[in-house]
Design a protein around this ligand. Structure first.
Ligand code: ARG
Length: 385
């Protein structure tokens, strides 16, 4: 809504020729309708750019490699799509010889930072305008402004503020702002209410190669197909609802609700496979350092920060071994990994088995334990603890 209103506002305020860009990152939207709304709001020209494949292959794939969950909960859908939307917008700005680019973000959100930082990196010479940071209208006044100028506002956007793409549906505002209340059922679109999901589990087998999904239930998939298939099967089973108190990068917390079935399933399966093949040191380094650091950078609008690529390079080195399959069980909102295997897995049933196979002798065990505990025991003694 902010963006639509901004079109009119920009052309009135600056007498500017406004060229609008809609980037298709997989949101379920009538792009024809968006275009006509843009023209009704005063756009001189409109672009609709299909970036679904690029989003899946260049952004979502990285998120999967990095198990990217901000604060352990948010799969970063909105945060991931912003840099891509900016890069497409900058392309149009260049083609059209524009002297500024604009977005509809307010001064309270994270998105303004993501848009502005990426734009500054890609096109330092372009001015950045954020009308919603300037005009001083509240939600009601905006709706009123739209009405007065004959700009249609879609029904859904009156109650919630929704941002949707292939990876995540983000729901904010309205009833969701009350952190003490369960989100109303009408906030959800991708996932059925878990209690209304089929009373029978669905099993899904995902095969990974170099840390990325390669086939689902034996059928070869690319990243885009994998995300679609898993959103679908997860949603049908009520899997993928997320309720999160989130530390925004702009200094305050907000209550966020997300739907992200594919993300939830892929991260869970991917992390499980990593546990099978990575050494404990690799695993700890990745899960406690690389992954959360990457998610923080992306959340905080620093997609362009050089460290992001360095973290990915370190991860890719380890992901070479993340090959194999994982079987997940979906049932009425729950998700469980129930089986997995990999040719690089270091789990050995023969070694692990309690009744047969390899056993260290009592002497070997004692020697090991003695040296293993020596640092700690010496320190305790010295400290009189
Ligand atoms: N809190 C999330 C983020 O900062 C989602 C924001 C979604 N935006 C929206 N208008 N609903 O990435």
């Amino acid at each position: 809504m902010d963006t639509t209103v901004a079109i009119k506002w920009l052309s009135e305020k600056y007498n500017a020729e406004v060229i609008t860009v809609t980037v298709d990152v997989g949101q379920e939207e009538d792009f024809q309708e968006v275009e006509s709304r843009a023209y009704k709001a005063g756009a001189a020209k409109h672009y609709t750019i299909d970036a679904k494949r690029e989003f899946a292959e260049e952004y979502i794939a990285r998120a999967v490699l990095m198990n990217a969950m901000y604060e352990g909960k948010y799969p970063l859908g909105t945060a991931l799509a912003r840099p891509l939307i900016v890069s497409k917008t900058v392309e149009v700005a260049r083609r059209e010889g524009a002297d500024a680019i604009a977005h509809g973000s307010t001064s309270k959100g994270n998105d303004q930072v993501r848009f502005d930082v990426t734009a500054k990196a890609l096109a330092p010479d372009l001015e950045i305008l954020a009308p919603a940071r300037v005009w001083g209208m509240g939600r009601e006044q905006e709706i009123d402004y739209a009405r007065r100028h004959g700009i249609p506002i879609p029904e859904a956007h009156k109650k919630y503020s929704i941002d949707e793409n292939l990876w995540t549906r983000s729901i904010e505002g309205g009833p969701v702002d009350d952190q003490r209340a369960e989100p109303p059922e009408d906030a959800f679109k991708w996932t059925v209410q878990p209690e209304k999901a089929p009373d029978q589990p669905t099993y899904v087998e995902i095969e990974f190669s170099n840390g990325l999904p390669r086939s689902i239930n034996g059928e070869r998939v690319d990243m885009l197909q994998a995300v679609r298939a898993l959103n679908n099967v997860g949603g049908l089973n009520g899997v993928g609802r997320i309720d999160h108190i989130e530390s925004r990068l702009v200094g305050f917390k907000s209550r966020e609700v997300y739907e992200a079935p594919a993300a939830v399933i892929l991260y869970e399966a991917h992390r499980d496979l990593e546990k099978l093949v990575l050494t404990p040191r690799e695993l700890r380094f990745k899960h406690t350092v690389l992954d959360p650091l990457w998610a923080d950078l992306v959340y905080q609008g620093l997609w362009v920060e050089p460290l992001r690529q360095s973290l990915e390079a370190a991860a890719r080195e380890m992901e070479r071994w993340v090959d194999g399959w994982v079987k997940v069980k979906l049932y009425r909102g729950s998700l469980q990994v129930v089986a997995r295997d990999s040719k690089y897995g270091t789990y050995s049933r023969d070694i692990a088995d309690y009744s047969t196979g390899w056993y260290p002798s009592d002497e070997e065990a004692r020697g090991f334990i003695e040296m293993w505990s020596l640092h700690s025991l010496l320190a305790l003694k010295k400290r009189g603890q």
